[in-house]
Design a protein around this ligand. Structure first.
Ligand code: ATP
Length: 378
């Protein structure tokens, strides 16, 4: 059992820099929590405060109901995995795994049993006699993780543990980590700046910016219901499209005489947004392309969505299973994610549509999403 509670946690470094502001989070036993955000947003600082490697300036950190603010790291029941593997090069995999237990005074039989159990979980059974230099990057990372697993710690803290691996290995280790988390069941807090790692591994994600939590939620919460402009732009690849403008008489008025009306749709949102500067967001895959009539060699005018746009193809990016079309809409640049096709050439006119329900409308000033309270009540 390992619940972790962070209440009003603040970090002010000795030089006066305020790195973490009023951080509040309740982590339940066995959760896989990911802290994600751009460089310098305070993820590592928060993790290090939980580990006991960094003093907590203000606030209360509780692990299993016990306040641990002033407890030294080794008494917190925590195992930490860093970006650097920190393996002993002259020791074998077996000895690297056994090292911590030996120091802690475990007897030989117990150590042997745990090394065997851990190497089985980590897929390292065949490599126990090897030295780290004779292992691949992924295998080394597995040994580093194994050193955390072998301690039977209740809580795992991981700071960018995959960032030294090449792209392919990172993808396979992501899935491995999720499997290992399931097997071991330890509450895990994982720090990364990579939103794809966050989306693929987390039970819940904490998005941070400039030392403050922006939103806490499941990957689906963040993707489909971003709370503000920052989260909307940070989560998702390719990123969400944004159009800046103003709402006047239930109409969106954007740059380059871009205008569209909402009619009776999004009634409550329009009421709140009336007269305000707004940013309208929609995901690249929510855009629908007007079907092309090849025979005529031009776009058909068949309406396939609520709001019609007429742009120009800037470039196309073939990804195999999907295709990104970069489009200019006057001064605006948008990305469309669609099924691959050779029909779109640079400079071609392109007609596309977005449905009202795919739109996220943000207050241009506060950058918070404007929600339909009635809809949320249901
Ligand atoms: P990264 O992904 O680059 O590691 P991060 O989100 O983990 O970023 P932190 O390492 O937590 O960010 O740093 C948060 C802020 O605190 C940064 O602006 C950093 O410069 C500052 N900082 C970190 N350590 C110290 C320190 N010892 N003294 C003063 N400021 C520090």
């Amino acid at each position: 059992m390992s619940d972790i509670s962070l209440k009003n946690i603040e970090k002010v470094y000795d030089n006066g820099f305020h790195a973490v502001h009023n951080f509040n989070l309740e982590i339940k036993d066995k959760e896989f929590i990911v802290f994600v955000g751009p460089s310098g947003c305070g993820k590592s600082t928060t993790l290090r405060m939980i580990a006991g490697l960094e003093e907590i300036t203000r606030g209360t950190l509780t692990i299993n109901g016990k306040v641990v603010n002033s407890l030294p790291p080794k008494e917190r029941g925590i195992a930490m995995v860093f970006q650097s593997y920190a393996l002993y090069p002259h020791l074998s995999v077996y000895e690297n795994l056994a090292f911590g237990l030996k120091l802690a005074g475990f007897d030989e039989d117990e150590i042997d049993e745990r090394v065997k159990e851990t190497s089985k979980i980590m897929g390292l059974t065949e490599y126990l006699e090897r030295k780290p230099r004779n292992l691949s990057g992924g295998q080394r990372q597995r040994v580093a993780l194994g050193r955390a697993v072998i301690r039977h710690a209740d809580v795992f803290l991981m700071d960018e543990p995959l960032s030294n691996l090449d792209a392919k290995m990172r993808v396979s280790m992501r899935a491995e980590l999720v499997k290992i988390h399931r097997m071991v069941g330890a509450t895990t807090i994982y720090v990364t700046h990579d939103q794809i790692e966050a989306m693929t591994m987390a039970t819940r994600i904490v998005v941070m910016k400039l030392g403050r939590i922006q939103q806490v939620g499941t990957p689906a919460d963040l993707y489909f219901r971003p709370a503000n402009l920052f989260v909307a732009g940070f989560i998702g690849d390719p990123p969400m499209n944004f159009l800046k403008g103003k709402i006047e008489k239930k109409k969106f008025i954007g740059q380059d005489s871009l205008e569209f009306s909402f009619g009776t749709k999004l009634k409550n949102v329009m009421k709140k947004a009336e007269g305000k500067d707004v940013v309208i967001g929609f995901r690249p895959e929510s855009i629908k392309l007007a079907p092309l009539t090849k025979e005529e060699g031009e776009e058909s005018k068949k309406k396939v969505g609520d709001i019609a746009f007429h742009g120009e193809v800037e470039i196309t990016e073939m990804l195999g299973d999907t295709m990104n079309i970069y489009v200019t809409l006057g001064e605006n640049h948008l990305i469309i994610r669609t099924t691959p096709s050779d029909d779109y050439k640079i400079g071609d006119p392109i007609d596309f549509y977005v449905d009202y329900e795919s739109l996220h409308i943000f207050d241009g000033e506060s950058e918070l999403v404007i929600t339909d309270d009635e809809e949320n009540k249901e």
